[in-house]
Every structure is written in structure tokens, then in C-alpha cells.
Design a protein around this ligand. Structure first.
Ligand code: DHB
Length: 393
């Protein structure tokens, strides 16, 4: 049996990009249907990064998508870069007048899902997009299979691929140029969540001779930490004692407060940008359009920035029949995408120890870190990118 639903915008993917877009469009009276192959429980419990740019927080709070970020999240006014035995604080408000917020992505997703459901949004979990039809015409259609294995057709005026790095919509948008721009890195992060009080009040990004470590936080009782590991590392191969030894050795000068580790994962590093972000009446946003390595936490923030641009373009198109913004969408979005690609690559290469790095490489890297922390221009460059370039009004 095939069910057909009609809507103005079909959104594939109920991650930050898809949910925020449906929220913003609804505010303009534009209906959408959002589908995701995952269950609500899976979306709400998958652990991702925790840093929101000032502009992301402004969008979430101003539009009522999440106000809990202000009560349950915490504002961070700086980070520390640690190398060669010393810490150097980057003071965000002092340098650029902005801050960031520590608020886990899955908490933002809980808020967005609750807000969409409260507003009566057509939001279908367990529903898998399998293909697309007619994206070159004016009735693009998403073909999907429901949790009950029934066929679903969503006929829309516009289709948005917000379906993550293994996007189905991307195949239809990119066609023959599906490859995109791509880079892999010879390392990964070993991430843990542990029950312990914070070891530091702000994030520490530490470049140590054996590799990188990041000390992050979650709450007064739960902490998130990462250390550089091999890309094919097995998260279960290390004992808790080995994990703590590795972390402690990589942040010399700070005695980490240890506690039971209740989650461990290995995060692979990739940089990717799809060659085409739009074709006809379909666009890609968020991880479907691009992936960044995690250093600097740009992933969710970049998804939000894509959506702010796309919301404006779809309002102009669907309310006023004005195609100019949607015609310029790929070009405008790509400017921020490539700035974020550069920043994530730069932070990654400046802070990690590449396998086979020579003494020259090591000394050059310390020179680079010193040029950043010892100069107002260097610190400001980092602070501007980390807290996020301004979003369009
Ligand atoms: C976190 C993750 C990041 O990639 C980062 O740069 C900072 C913080 C986190 O999960 O807390």
C-alpha cells in the first residue's frame, strides 16, 4: 500500500538542521513534513559535540526552539590552548565580544523535537527515504518506507536533504559528481564520558608530544574528554586505568579528577564538502552537505548557519515567488562552509601529532601555536572563528 502526503517542504532528516528548518518555516506559515529513519529515542540519546556558537544560541532562543540552553547550558568565555608545558587562555569576550555555550547537541535535539511536536508538526520517525523523483520539476517527491514497511510518497514544492553524512538526498542532488571534496586524517579521537567533577572550568585543547587531548565538560557530575588515537582503535581495548594514564600524560600540569567511565567511542576524522549543494528544487544542508573534523566543534553550528540562509531563501521563493535567494544559496552557503572547513582543518593540524611527524614538524607546530597565542591578531582570529562569524540578520 502506498500513502501519499502533500506538503510545501519535505525535509529528510530530524537532526539539528532538519528540525530547526521546520521550526523556522512554520513561523512563516510554511508547512513541512520531516522524516528520519532513526527512532526518537535514538536521536535523543546519541552523544555528539557540546559547543554552540553565540549565533546558534541566539537563533535557538530568539525563535523559541530551545530556551533551556540558557538555564541548563553554561556560557564559556574562553578556552585554553596548552603546549610545551604552558597554558594560554583565549579570552573570547575581550577579543571579539562574543562567547560560546556548552550544551550537548542531543539536549538541543530534545528541545527541538518537543517544540515541533507541541506545534503539531508532521514528524515521522522510523521512516527511511529511499529515493527522489522530479527534483528538476516543480513537484519534487521523496519516496520513503515507513516503520511498518509501507510505501510513502511525500509530494512537495521543495525537498531538503538534512539526512546526515550518509545522505540519500545527496545522490539525487549531486548526480555524477557525487564524490565531492574530501580529505581523511591519519588519526581519530577516543572519547569518554565519566562520572566526576570538572577538572577544569573551561575547555583545554592540549598539544602534547604523544598527541592531542581535549578536556571538556558536561555538568557538575559528568565530564567529556577526548584523546588522539589511531583511526581503527577499538574503544573497548583499553582499561579505565590505561585511559586515565593516557589522558593525564597529555595534559601535563593538570591533575584530572578521575571517575567511572560510562561511555566510550572512537570518532573518525573527515573533511567533506558535496560538489553540488542544490539541484532544481532540492538542496543539501548540515552533514549531508559537509562534514568537518571535530576539533573546534563546528558541525552543528554550520548546520544551523546553512538553515538560517535556507529559511530566508525558501520564504522568498514560497511566499513571494522570488527565486533570487535560492539561486544564490549554494554560493552564499559555501563561503561559510569553506571558512569552517579551513578552521576545523587548521585547529586539527595545529594541535594533533601526525604519525611520522619529524622534529622539524614538531618545532614548526610549536612555532605556529606561539604565533597564535602571543599575538592579538592570532588570538582574535581564533576567537572570531571559534565563537562563530556573524549570521545574517
Ligand atoms: C566538544 C567537542 C568538540 O569537538 C570540541 O571542539 C569541543 C567540545 C565536546 O563534546 O564537549
Amino acid at each position: 500500500m502506498t500513502t501519499t502526503v502533500r506538503t510545501r517542504v519535505a525535509i529528510v532528516g530530524a537532526g539539528p538542521a532538519g528540525l530547526l528548518l521546520s521550526h523556522l518555516l512554520a513561523d512563516a506559515g510554511i508547512d513541512s513534513v520531516v522524516i528520519d529513519q532513526r527512532s526518537r529515542a535514538e536521536i535523543e540519546s546519541t552523544i555528539r559535540a557540546g559547543i554552540l556558537e553565540q549565533g546558534t544560541v541566539d537563533v535557538l532562543t530568539r525563535t523559541g526552539a530551545s530556551t533551556r540552553v540558557l538555564t541548563d547550558g553554561s556560557r564559556h568565555d574562553g578556552i585554553e590552548l596548552r603546549f610545551d608545558g604552558h597554558g594560554h587562555r583565549i579570552d573570547f569576550p575581550g577579543l571579539v565580544g562574543r562567547s560560546v555555550w556548552l550544551y550537548p547537541q542531543h539536549e538541543a535535539l530534545k528541545d527541538l523535537i518537543a517544540a515541533r511536536i507541541a506545534a503539531g508538526q508532521d514528524l515521522r520517525f522510523g521512516t527511511t527515504a529511499v529515493g527522489m523523483e522530479g527534483i528538476d520539476g516543480d513537484r519534487p517527491t521523496v519516496i520513503a518506507t515507513t516503520a511498518e514497511e509501507e510505501d510513502l510518497r511525500i509530494e512537495a514544492e521543495f525537498v531538503v536533504g538534512a539526512d546526515g553524512s550518509r545522505s540519500v538526498v545527496r545522490g539525487a542532488v549531486s548526480g555524477a559528481s557525487a564524490g565531492g571534496y574530501f580529505r581523511e586524517y591519519p588519526f581519530a579521537w577516543f572519547g569518554i564520558l565519566c562520572e566526576a567533577p570538572p577538572s577544569a572550568h573551561e575547555l583545554i585543547y592540549s598539544n602534547a608530544p604523544d598527541g592531542f587531548a581535549l578536556i571538556s565538560q558536561r555538568s557538575a557530575t559528568v565530564q567529556r574528554m577526548y584523546f588522539q588515537c589511531e583511526p581503527d582503535a577499538d574503544p573497548n581495548a583499553l582499561s579505565e586505568a590505561q585511559i586515565w594514564d593516557t589522558l593525564q600524560a597529555r595534559v601535563p600540569g593538570t591533575a584530572l579528577t578521575e571517575g567511572p567511565i560510562f561511555q566510550r567511542d572512537v570518532l573518525r576524522f573527515r573533511s567533506f564538502v558535496a560538489r553540488e549543494l542544490r539541484r532544481g528544487r532540492a538542496v543539501l544542508v548540515g552533514d549531508a552537505a559537509h562534514t568537518v573534523p571535530p576539533t573546534g566543534a563546528k558541525g552543528m553550528n554550520l548546520a544551523v548557519a546553512d538553515v538560517v540562509l535556507l529559511d530566508r531563501a525558501l520564504r522568498a521563493l514560497l511566499l513571494d515567488g522570488d527565486e533570487r535567494l535560492i539561486d544564490g544559496f549554494a554560493e552564499s552557503a559555501s563561503h561559510r562552509i569553506w571558512k569552517a572547513q579551513h578552521f576545523s582543518w587548521w585547529m586539527t593540524s595545529m594541535l594533533h601529532v601526525a604519525p611520522g611527524a619529524t622534529d622539524f614538524d614538531r618545532r614548526r607546530q610549536l612555532g605556529e601555536l606561539r604565533s597564535v597565542v602571543e599575538s592579538d591578531a592570532g588570538r582574535t582570529f581564533l576567537a572570531e572563528a571559534y565563537t562563530g562569524w556573524p549570521l545574517p540578520e
